[in-house]
Design a protein around this ligand. Structure first.
Ligand SMILES: Cc1cc2nc3c(=O)[nH]c(=O)nc-3n(C[C@H](O)[C@H](O)[C@H](O)COP(=O)(O)OP(=O)(O)OC[C@H]3O[C@@H](n4cnc5c(N)ncnc54)[C@H](O)[C@@H]3O)c2cc1C
Length: 409
């Protein structure tokens, strides 16, 4: 083994939560190392961003680079169910915040954020897989395996686990608990959609409900150059009734919906179809001695409202603030300062996700008689501002949503 390298903070993973957290801590003057198991660029799922993301990209000093990159501009979301269509525009939201976001191929987006963090002085080691964690001493130690299988140790004052679906510390420390949600499966790929101009609104993610099964839905996330990410989410037992392999299965599912069939009539399939199952995850605690969990390493709800990257980045911002105080010797309470506030917004999203699958949210979003005020408040949640408690649909999500669903019903 090499002699032990010492850092103020070590971050596991260079996805969005790892890059934002590491840059925020570096900007506050700390010596930060990111350990990333893969080589970038690499494929990742989660391509439709919410407006609130941009607050954290800006806080980390990366907004200019992001705006300059040429990602697909996104101004809201559209919902389709048979002949029904409803859209929301971030510019009309109740909360103060960004009126747009982007739809991004994550290989480029994640590389851009990681490169920006590195440009600001964060040390990033690729092909460095964290395999062990020891927090029995005064400072936590990580064991890392490099690209030729050599092991070494890294010591720091604190570890942030931003390993996403890798869930390094939840697994090593036995922190995982079952999610509130049943297992669902997503089939996902990228296509050259070749959709004619005006076939659909490319500035919005399209969320399309299956014509006969309200708990089965599709997405189209348009990118520039007539390319799109497309996917279908359904219970695994529903998917199992369709032919294999994954590409045939996805094509068969898409053929059942008139909107998806129309938009993708001339699509060219040129990318492998990936299957992703049982992604919903939770933990019994988001922090412990010498560590905190960011983004998907802590929890993941569901893809329907594109909330994953926003929750991930918000956790980075809050953890960086709390950790900065701790490293300066100030008193912090990780429950009060990090976990409880994080869980507040996650809980708001949870209510909306649950309401999507049991039909209440679909009732509201397709209702013709929704008032503009209510639309603006719901729009804010869908723009990611799920921590703005001046919004009644955030402060009391369940009660407000039930009230409106009853009225719309
Ligand atoms: C089907 C589906 C669709 C989705 N769609 C959206 C969407 O449209 N919008 C949205 O916002 N979110 C979406 N999400 C969620 C989104 O994918 C995640 O919320 C987001 O990527 C979380 O970011 P992160 O930084 O926490 O983790 P990740 O992006 O997963 O990054 C984690 C990094 O850690 C690295 N790592 C893992 N293990 C180790 C290890 N042992 N050592 C070192 N490094 C390691 C990985 O290589 C990876 O680079 C979707 C999720 C699913 C399942």
């Amino acid at each position: 083994m090499n002699s032990i390298a010492r850092y103020d903070v070590v971050v596991i993973g260079a996805g969005p939560s790892g890059s934002i957290a590491s840059a925020l801590l570096k900007r506050r003057g700390w010596r930060v190392l990111v350990l990333e198991s893969q080589r970038f660029p690499r494929f990742a799922i989660g391509e439709s961003l919410l407006a609130h993301c941009l607050d954290f990209v800006q806080e980390a000093g990366m907004l200019e680079a992001l705006e300059a990159h040429g990602f697909q501009y996104k101004d809201g979301a559209a919902f389709v169910r048979g002949a029904e269509y409803s859209d929301i525009h971030f510019a009309e939201q109740f909360s103060k915040g960004f009126d747009h976001a982007f739809q991004v191929d994550r290989a480029s987006f994640d590389k851009l954020l990681a490169d920006e963090a590195a440009r600001q002085g964060v040390e990033i080691r690729y092909e460095a897989r964290v395999t062990k964690f020891d927090n029995t001493g005064t400072r936590p130690t990580l064991t890392v395996t490099d690209n030729v299988g050599k092991e070494y140790e890294v010591e720091s004052a604190f570890v942030l686990d931003a390993s996403g679906f890798g869930r390094v510390l939840p697994k090593l420390l036995n922190l995982e608990t079952p999610s509130h949600f049943p297992v669902r499966t997503a089939l996902v790929t990228h296509v050259a959609d070749n959709a004619p101009l005006g076939a659909f609104d490319r500035a919005k993610v399209q969320i399309v409900v299956h014509p006969n099964h309200s708990d089965v839905w599709y997405w189209i996330i348009p990118f520039p150059n007539n390319r799109s990410s497309i996917g279908c989410v359904a219970p695994p037992e529903f998917m199992a009734a369709y032919p294999e392999p994954a590409e045939r299965r996805l094509k068969a599912l898409l053929a059942e919906d008139p909107f998806m069939s129309r938009v993708l009539a001339n699509a060219q399939w040129d990318t492998v179809v990936r299957e992703n199952s049982g992604y919903a995850a939770n933990v019994r605690a988001m922090h412990g001695k010498g560590f905190a969990l960011l983004g998907n390493a802590a929890e993941f709800l569901d893809p329907v409202f594109s909330s994953g990257v926003t929750i991930a980045m918000r956790s980075s911002s809050l953890a960086a603030q709390t950790l900065d105080k701790q490293l300066r010797g100030e008193s912090v309470d990780w429950d009060r300062d990090f976990e409880f506030p994080m869980r507040k917004g996650i809980e708001a999203f949870r209510v909306y996700v649950e309401a999507w699958y049991d039909g209440r949210f679909q009732k509201v979003v397709f209702a013709k008689n929704r008032t503009p005020t209510i639309s603006r408040m719901i729009c804010s949640v869908l723009a990611g501002y799920a921590w703005d408690e001046s919004n009644p649909f955030v402060a009391e999500p369940e009660r407000r949503l039930n009230m409106v669903a009853d009225l719309c019903g």
